[in-house]
Design a protein around this ligand. Structure first.
Ligand code: AMP
Ligand code: ZN
Length: 131
């Protein structure tokens, strides 16, 4: 059983900040910023790529609700919401989860950089994807 399934089953401790019949949210052990939260389905799916859409929709609703609460209760100025799918994208725990990372300043712990590939052939990619 994976580590998040064990947390959901209360076999190992965690700071659970929200749960319902389908969804559980815990504080990340390694807080990037205060309130860094992981929202996950109670059933085991590896990541967003194999999570059923109805469940994904519930995860999204809870993510929005908790993001609003975090902004209000912890006085965050914003949030980054992100999910990593597969190790190439930085996923280390293979149980689907969405990170809510509260932001208090542009210089706090999260560094996100979008580096443009100047050789990208946008037309070719568009043609593949819209087929
Ligand atoms: P990712 O790299 O997107 O798979 O994120 C996994 C996250 O899970 C990391 O930010 C870890 O700090 C966090 N994590 C791992 N084990 C635990 C745990 N037992 N309780 C809370 N968070 C955890
Ligand atoms: Zn699991």
């Amino acid at each position: 059983m994976c580590i998040f399934c064990k947390i959901i089953n209360k076999e190992i401790p965690a700071s659970i900040v929200y749960e319902d019949e389908d969804v559980c949210a815990i504080l990340d052990l390694a807080q990037v910023t205060d309130g860094h939260t992981l929202v996950m389905p109670k059933d085991h799916f590896e990541n967003i790529l194999d999570c059923p859409p109805v469940l994904l929709s519930k995860i999204s609703s809870v993510t929005q609700m908790l993001s609003k609460q975090i902004v209000t209760k912890l006085n965050a100025k914003g949030v980054n919401v992100l999910t990593n799918a597969n190790p190439v994208a930085g996923q280390t725990v293979m149980h689907f989860h969405v990170h809510i990372i509260p932001r208090y300043s542009a210089e706090d712990g999260l560094i996100l950089k979008f580096k443009q590939n100047p050789e990208a052939d946008i037309k070719r990619i568009e043609n593949i994807l819209k087929k």
